[in-house]
Write a protein that binds this ligand. Structure first.
Ligand code: B12
Length: 448
């Protein structure tokens, strides 16, 4: 069969991201079928129309990575545009339309209804291969766990038990786009998140148990990406070091394999071996993005973060001493937040030197999280509340505007304190630097 996989994500804030999910979806399709990827960061609608005419796909897979930008202050919502794209595709193609992706899985039934596609795949995209075979043989795809169709509402399936195969094709036209704009390609070292943070949908997306890719295999893929021209690798794991031993083994495998380009990813500021970040740095790591979320002792406990204030400072210091660029993400406004807890966080944040701070103010309520259950129990939402349009948790003692005013006042003129991921201004700066040949996430240029 002829299959077209579309990435409609053209968001450039904080920078355009390589659609790695589609490499895995392409990798699970049997070799007898033809698969092409259309990335709308590269293809205009006119070029997509031409591709539909020339290739005439029988199945179109649409990736829904982002529902919205989760920024309460500068909200963007993407589902309406994806719905329009589906209608546009229907006018030009008879193909069966299938949707999947992290945004889709977070609220599958809502997104499915909003898009009007034929099938959706909840959870990991590897089941797309089974759906293609079912359609090929005239069988009913809804027998596959997690496949949704009009009228059916399956539960999220167990994590994919089989192999994960990444079909990376260096010659694909979209690869060149990312190589030219920042040189960044993506790499996944494991699936699953074992943390219990109350607001987070990651365990729902990837499962709670880690499934670790063999370090040597990860390093081989890293080398493939490097040989394809990548000048930076972003490790897309929910938290690269949620299995500390595995992250060290991956770093060692990079060194052994001769991976020589820099890389970075999300880290949790856990209690770590004293030489942890030195070993990361020796393996080429140069950016550490900490999912710190708060520096109030009470709020870290309320969020059920797997670390406390002391661990954050120790990890920060260790990463700086290893010569790494360090950023922290903060998530303010959860249950129990108050002017005092915000002030406590900000006082401690002032003591984090040489870093970039991304403040997300207001926590989006996602189904399948403890925050959802709490908001329900507190009467802030009802079971029928539509959460597709972002709804942010409202703390009893402080509202988002007051938190934003508190952060903005404290930030003063400092350029390294950013609300959200920095908005259009910092994205424009990144674009300019990419055009001049700079690579990587580049937020270190804002470090104070
Ligand atoms: C790493 C990451 C980032 C990095 C990306 C760096 C990079 N170079 O790529 C950074 C920090 C830059 C980032 C930024 C943003 N991110 Co982000 N990010 C992630 C994270 C942790 C992993 C994404 C990833 O690459 N996973 C690995 C790949 C292999 O998985 P995947 O893409 O999900 O694909 C699998 C399945 O989803 C499925 N699939 C994918 N496509 C398709 C298509 C079909 C047809 C099918 C059947 C299946 C399928 O199959 C794949 C294999 O199983 C996710 C959370 C998570 N754990 O998923 C959030 C996540 C995707 N991000 C999210 C958001 C909101 C953003 C931002 C908008 C935040 C902001 N305001 O800055 C920006 C958007 C950036 C952009 N230009 O699009 C949200 C999206 C949900 C939502 N509310 O819309 C998520 C889910 C986090 C969350 N809040 O829950 N992000």
């Amino acid at each position: 069969m002829k299959i077209l996989l579309i990435s409609p994500n053209t968001l450039t804030v904080p920078y355009p991201v390589y659609p790695i999910g589609l490499d895995y979806v392409a990798g699970c399709v049997a070799a007898e079928h033809q698969v092409r990827i259309a990335d709308l960061n590269v293809l205009s609608l006119a070029a997509l129309a031409e591709l539909l005419r020339d290739f005439s796909p029988e199945i179109i897979g649409l990736s829904c990575r982002n529902i919205d930008n989760t920024e309460a202050g500068e909200p963007l919502f993407f589902i309406s545009a994806y719905g329009e794209l589906v209608a546009w595709l229907r006018e030009r193609s008879q193909a069966v339309l299938v949707c999947g992706g992290s945004g889709f899985t977070i609220m599958a039934e809502r997104v499915f209804a909003a898009l009007g596609v034929d099938y959706g795949i909840i959870g990991e995209g590897e089941r797309f291969g089974l759906l293609v075979e079912a359609l090929h043989r005239g069988l009913d795809p809804t027998r596959i766990p997690g496949v949704i169709s009009p009228g059916s509402s399956p539960a999220t399936p167990e994590p994919w038990p089989g192999q994960q195969v990444r079909a990376f094709r260096p010659q694909a036209s979209h690869v060149e786009f990312y190589l030219k704009k920042g040189g960044m390609l993506n790499l996944q070292t494991k699936r699953g998140c074992s943390f219990n943070c109350i607001y987070c949908p990651y365990p729902h997306l990837e499962g709670k148990k880690h499934r670790l890719a063999p370090p040597a295999e990860v390093a081989r893929t890293a080398l493939d990406l490097q040989e394809a021209g990548a000048r930076y690798l972003f490790l897309t794991d929910s938290a690269f070091n949620s299995d500390v031993a595995h992250s060290l083994a991956v770093a060692k495998a990079f060194k052994d394999a001769g991976v020589s380009i820099p890389w970075g990813g999300f880290f949790a500021p856990l209690r770590l071996p004293t030489d942890y970040f030195t070993r990361m740095a020796e393996a080429g790591c140069n950016h550490v993005e900490f999912g710190t979320e708060s520096l109030s002792t009470a709020m870290l406990a309320a969020y059920r973060k797997p670390f406390g204030v002391d661990e954050v400072f120790a990890a920060h210091q260790q990463a700086l001493e290893a010569g790494l660029h360090v950023a922290h993400y903060f998530l303010l406004g959860g249950p129990g937040e108050s002017p005092a807890t915000v002030a406590e966080s900000l006082d401690r944040i002032e003591q984090l030197n040489k870093t970039v701070l991304f403040f997300f103010i207001g926590i989006r309520i996602y189904p399948h999280t403890a925050l959802y259950d709490l908001a329900l129990a507190e009467g802030k939402i009802r079971p029928e509340t539509n959460l597709l349009q972002p709804l942010f948790y409202q703390a009893e003692a402080i509202d988002r505007d007051t938190i934003a005013a508190q952060v903005t006042a404290r930030a003063g003129k400092r350029g390294n304190w950013l609300i959200g991921s920095g908005g259009a201004r910092s994205a424009a700066m990144v674009k300019k630097m990419y055009d001049r040949g700079h690579t990587g996430p580049l937020w270190e240029f804002l470090a104070g």
